[in-house]
Design a protein around this ligand. Structure first.
Ligand code: SAH
Ligand code: SF4
Ligand code: F3S
Length: 469
């Protein structure tokens, strides 16, 4: 396997933009404004990629619409993290045979993480003849030329060759987050946790240059964005491949020192590389949100070893305690997997006690799903599904009780919140830690920071009123 990052040159990007112009010309000659629909599955990384895909489509003259029906191009940006995610995609992809029948010339593309798996590409080739093109995440920047080919040569196109991965700067983007924006700072992953498909489908870890990240942040702040989330599968190893002496904490400081009123947050932070320096940096800058997503996956050191996570229960707890000590009021979230192959009842209890000890604000909970080609998929897994489901339910009940208690503790306190939208007649805002607050107010407040006193709470959200004293 090639392990070297391909840096796409500005000339190569320009070539793709020229394809956008050619596609635009094809449609203009027919006197039509074409429509494009992009459907996104999976994580924020995919959301960010979809914004680039929409950017390229807009540049090619497409109006972005919100359904496959009647669209001239449909792009399914897929996720491979669990079997359920893949099944949903195959189901929805099958249904597109009907939209295509009703709209002659509709072009259908499948991209994202599923497109990085050979067996998926083979299945598409064989059983989904209505799909016109497949491209993996490494080939996203080539989408304009692929689309052009399907429009002119009328052949199916595939760009899925196994590569270490690419970095392309300067692709157009259509952002959909309003006051919030994603900024990818790195791509890929080198960790090879034994259950996880991501390193296989997204290639090796590679970082964008600090100046490119800073330029994008500056631009976003100038355009009125107030909340920037830096993205990477493992942001804490940012910069290791660059050899510039700039690590993730340094990058965060540089962004936090940019002028303007905004907040930065980031995900995901792997406990293996999370450092005291990172938490000290977070504590130092008011512009860095005091929110941390630090996946623990299991409370058992034996299971963590089998997962290839490179930390144990004690090291994880030490990290969390340090982070909490330098950032009182830190909002802490995490990911956890229930039913990893061979997880015993006692080991599962260790996961529960870790949750009780840490008291997360909220958790993303998953039942282990075997992924073809990963080591865990061939590990012995004697625990019956029913038992895993019971463990999962117990874990969720425990976390819900904790989330509710923590939310109760918000009542009576006042928080500075970013007013970000409306929801069923209420105005919505987010605390610095990302908690949702509903309150009565005017839509003119959207985009401003307000002090809100919390008056009520549920497991999932908070209610408050503006406090202008
Ligand atoms: N890079 C991030 C995680 C990305 S995937 C990190 O290391 O924290 C998001 C979450 O999906 C993981 O944290 C894990 O909890 C879950 N996950 C990944 N593979 C899975 C699998 N095969 N089965 C169940 N959950 C899985
Ligand atoms: Fe997957 Fe582990 Fe990489 Fe996260 S760090 S993307 S869980 S391999
Ligand atoms: Fe899914 Fe790929 Fe993200 S597998 S979770 S979309 S990195």
């Amino acid at each position: 396997m090639n392990t070297k990052t391909t840096r796409i040159t500005p000339e190569q990007v320009d070539e793709q933009l020229a394809f956008c112009d050619q596609i635009h010309a094809l449609w203009t000659a027919r006197g039509i404004t074409p429509k494009a629909y992009v459907e996104t599955y999976g994580c924020q990384q995919n959301e960010a990629d979809s914004e680039r895909i929409r950017g390229m489509l807009a540049q090619a003259g497409y109006a972005i619409c919100d359904q496959a029906e009647g669209a001239d191009v449909v792009v399914m940006n897929t996720c491979a993290i669990r079997e359920h995610a893949e099944q949903r995609v195959f189901g929805n992809l099958g249904a597109l045979t009907h939209t295509k029948r009703r709209h002659e010339g509709q072009k259908i593309f499948l991209c994202g993480c599923m497109a990085g798996q050979e067996h998926v590409v083979e299945r598409i080739k064989k059983s989904y003849p209505h799909v016109d093109g497949v491209f993996s995440t490494h080939h996203l920047w080539e989408f304009p030329s692929l689309l052009y080919r399907t429009l002119t040569v009328k052949k199916r196109v595939y760009a899925t060759a196994d590569e270490a991965g690419s970095i392309a700067e300067g692709l157009p983007v259509v952002r959909s987050g309003g006051l919030k924006a994603w900024v990818s700072i790195m791509y890929g992953c080198n960790n090879f946790c034994t259950y996880c498909i991501v390193p296989y489908v997204r290639g090796r870890e590679r970082s964008r240059l600090p100046e490119d990240v800073l330029a994008e942040c500056r631009e976003l702040i100038a355009s009125g964005v107030k909340d920037i989330t830096l993205l990477g599968q493992n942001v804490n190893s940012y910069g290791k491949d660059l050899g510039l002496g700039v690590d993730f904490a340094d990058l965060l400081s540089m962004i936090a020192e940019l002028p303007g009123e905004f907040l930065i947050r980031f995900m995901t932070s792997h406990p293996r590389d999370a450092s005291h320096k990172l938490f000290d940096t977070m504590a130092k800058y008011p512009k860095i949100a005091k929110q941390l997503h630090l996946p623990f996956q299991s409370g058992s050191s034996r299971v963590l070893k089998a997962m290839n996570r490179h930390y144990d229960r004690e090291q994880y707890l030490e990290l969390v305690n340090y982070a909490k000590s330098v950032m009182p009021g830190l909002v802490l979230t995490s990911d956890v997997i229930v039913g990893f192959p061979g997880e015993t009842a006692e080991e599962f209890e260790e996961t529960l006690t870790l949750i009780e000890q840490v008291r997360y604000d909220s958790l993303f909970t998953f039942i282990f799903s075997p992924r073809k080609g990963t080591p865990a998929a061939s590990m012995e897994d004697p625990t019956p599904k029913q038992e895993k489901n019971e463990r999962f339910d117990r874990l969720c009940a425990l976390q819900n009780a904790i989330s509710e208690e923590i939310h109760n503790e918000y009542v009576g306190k006042t928080f500075r919140c970013l007013v970000d939208g409306t929801d069923r007649g209420h105005i919505t805002a987010r605390t610095e830690g990302g908690r949702l607050v509903r309150f009565e107010g005017s839509e003119d407040l959207i985009g401003t920071w307000q002090n809100i006193t919390i008056t009520g709470s549920t497991t999932w959200s908070l209610v408050g009123e503006m406090n202008n004293e």
